[in-house]
Design a protein around this ligand. Structure first.
Ligand code: SF4
Length: 283
């Protein structure tokens, strides 16, 4: 410890120097990496600043809330398959009711009109029912992992990478659930989620010492009549891994330089920080 901190010795003359707190070895934002942090960085560095540096809380968008609730029930569904329990839709429906109420109590959801919340709940259950009917995962299949929390240390960057994988099917097939307003095109889905899937591949390889056999994106589409779409992908390619490492390099350098450069685009229309961003730019 620095001798300046030994202030409890009455014989010592008072120090003319003000004792300052030890500076943080690393800012909090550099404590760990995650797919959502990297994705936000890719979308807009200034949005990243508001969300992860300033930690400005914003109301949860209804679409995000619905997605969280659907994920919760899919997690329970997978856990019960893992434990070889029979499929019980009534139990899952009552779990949705409870989880929904808990979520409403814990969060501020930005519903637009009266009645939106009830419609959203119906929509969430309709998507789940469609998934239970059309899921490509056979009811008898035992998952290798459900809601797997994984973490590894990226030595070359000296930072931890953390993530939660929704489902690992036999032979290391990684599944990620997506709720979406409309079906993505065949190329948009994989491209949009490449960073996230590459992070999961790194985490899976580090945790198991094996290569994943591939990925499946299971989309639950919020159309009037909900649809299920599955996009299958092979394991992470060397090119994707190299792009991920370049992104991490850029991320770490950008944060150290505090380069909160705005990236204006269509995504600004649904950015929670647009007002603050315009103010910051003097617009
Ligand atoms: S309004 Fe646009 S440019 Fe500004 S922080 Fe949000 S996404 Fe970035």
């Amino acid at each position: 410890m620095n001798s300046l901190f030994h202030t409890n010795q009455p014989s010592s003359p008072p120090s003319p120097l003000r004792v300052l707190p030890t500076p943080e070895a690393r800012p909090k934002v550099l404590e760990y990496l995650s797919a959502s942090r990297l994705k936000c960085w890719q979308t807009c560095r200034r949005q990243f600043y508001f969300r992860y540096v300033e930690r400005i809380k914003t109301p949860t968008a209804p679409a995000l809330f619905i997605g969280q609730q659907v994920h919760e029930i899919l997690k329970l569904h997978n856990w019960s398959r893992w434990k070889d329990e029979p499929f019980d839709p009534e139990w899952l429906k009552s779990e949705l009711d409870d989880s929904w109420e808990d979520g409403l109590a814990a969060d501020h959801i930005s519903w637009k009109a009266a009645g939106d919340e009830a419609k959203a709940k119906e929509q969430a259950w309709a998507m789940l029912e469609a998934y239970f009917e059309e899921s490509p995962v056979p009811p008898s299949e035992n998952p290798e992992g459900v809601e797997v929390e994984v973490e590894c240390h990226l030595d070359s960057f000296d930072i931890r990478l953390i993530g939660i994988i929704d489902l690992v099917r036999p032979r290391g097939l990684i599944v990620d659930y997506k709720t979406a307003a409309r079906a993505p095109s065949s190329s948009a889905g994989p491209q949009q989620h490449a960073t996230q899937l590459s992070c999961y591949a790194l985490l899976f390889r580090e945790s198991t010492g094996m290569q994943e056999s591939g990925f499946e994106l299971h989309y639950l589409i919020k159309t009037k009549q909900p649809k299920i779409l599955v996009t299958s992908l092979g394991p992470m390619s060397e090119q994707l891994q190299s792009e991920l490492f370049q992104l991490i390099d850029d991320y770490l350098e950008g944060i150290s330089a505090e380069a909160w450069i705005p990236s204006p685009g269509q995504h600004c229309s649904w950015c929670d920080h647009q007002t603050a961003c315009l103010r910051m730019s003097g617009l």
